[in-house]
Design a protein around this ligand. Sequence first.
Ligand SMILES: [Zn+2]
Length: 90
Amino acid sequence: MNGPHRELTPEAALRLTLAAEPWLSCDDCFEQIDEYVERVLADQHMGMPAMHAHLAGCGACGEEGRSLLLLVAEDEGIDPGPGLRRLAAG
Ligand SMILES: [Zn+2]
């Protein structure tokens, strides 16, 4: 029982959701986001579940990830579509 406290903030809900995941701060996320986006584009990102969990749960970092993926894909001349789908799906 959780009692009458039903109004979870998004942040609190996220903490609960991710309680079983390795937790990253946004700073940690930003340190690894370049590598993660490169890996997503190469379909080699499965070894970074904490990054996926953070990007899925953190609106700001998720948006940053999408923007960066589009930039990198354009820079490398590749189609960002599959990467965006992998970013969304994990
Ligand atoms: Zn974040």
